[in-house]
Design a binder for this molecule. Sequence first.
Ligand code: B12
Length: 412
Amino acid sequence: MLNPTTIKEYAYALGFDIARITTADALPETERVIKERIAQGLMDGLPWFTAERTEVSCHPDALLSGAQSIITLAMFYLTQQPDEAQDNVPRGRISRYAWGDDYHEIIKPRLQQFATWLREYARGEMSNDMETRLFVDTGRMVDRAVAQRAGLGWYGKNTNILTKGWGSWVFLAEIVTNLPLQSDDAIKTSCGSCEICLHACPTSALPAPYVLDNTRCISFLTIELRGSIPLELRPLMGNLIFGCDICQEVCPVNKVAEKRLGLRGNPKTQPITLQAEGVEQPVTTKALPILPQKAFRPRETVGSNPELIPLLSLTEEQFRERFRHSPIRRTKRRGLLRNVCVALGNCGDQQAVPALIGALHDHEPLVRGHAAWALGRINGEQAKQALQAALLTEEDKEVQQEIRCALAAVLA
Ligand code: B12
């Protein structure tokens, strides 16, 4: 059998922070739970997340014929926050994973390099060809369930995998292979009686431990939802414009990780890449070739709390340029501007009124509708007049309805 330590050393040398191995056995309990969640409507809004998908994702041999092992990997993204401006302009909040480049772009090339190396390393060990399949987030794989089984971390009550050293601030990835490898044991840690995350969620998207209601999760509402944000949830979203970290930020395990890495208590300390106590130390073996890879770093053009008003005047081209490598591309311009309108409505700042009046005439109905909502919430004579005028020319039925609701709020 191949030496699992050598495989893990290569993972660390490639820049992964945790590497563990589990079998490619099916995950019947995971399949049962996921199907139950789907049946309860808790995954509504994600049309691709079906029971049929689960029949593949929970059966690694359906992903790779003859699969025997899964190498589970984590890369932490607990970086220094780009300078948070203290001024009087309305600002939004972007979730931590989106401060830097899209993690799929950062992790995929490393997985490919890993697979190439593994093929070389396994040469002679296998009578048949060695096969691999690589996963990071988007594939039909249950990233968290296999990470838990491999002992990479444990399930937090907010449903994220918590790790020793980096808390839940890690991306997960896997290599499924037909190589037989010695597997690791799951770890016994749990959240104990702590339920801070459940109570912190502003939209009550965590109705019980280990249960997430996708339809209420701000991450879903700001990233995945293509249409209008439900009216009753908008006031609860604060200034979050892309993703949400609240259930992670309040987590005591995460706070310890942030402190350990110098990100709490002394905000000017540079983030460090040292491995935390209790976590396997990375060993860079010179004999193993490592190609340079792009690192996860916050990008200034994206920031973590951008000014909201200028975002409303982004053209399609400027949006593409500013968020070229960012996960924020996923919302498209119209999704981001929709979120910006909601955040501005929640800030309630009169400074935003002229820009929102401009957005009432955006070419996207989605943006016009949410701009109307924001104006209704900010209120004032200027907002009222603009809404009344827009109602005379607006042709889209849904937007007309948004304007009427906003006017009702203004006139109430
Ligand atoms: C769909 C999805 C979403 C959806 C839906 C979330 C959801 N309900 O799962 C939305 C868009 C909302 C979302 C949001 C986020 N996501 Co997401 N998402 C996924 C995706 C693609 C599938 C997740 C899935 O299978 N969900 C189905 C549910 C039912 O599975 P589950 O939550 O694991 O459920 C298990 C537990 O409930 C457990 N369980 C049940 N009962 C009990 C009882 C006990 C005692 C225990 C211990 C366990 C337990 O068993 C269930 C089945 O395994 C994965 C990538 C992947 N391919 O796996 C990323 C992934 C889960 N997301 C990730 C991230 C980073 C996020 C966000 C933090 C992004 C952000 N900042 O906005 C938020 C976090 C929200 C949250 N609290 O979970 C990371 C999580 C990394 C980590 N450390 O865990 C992943 C793994 C992507 C990656 N490769 O890094 N996500």
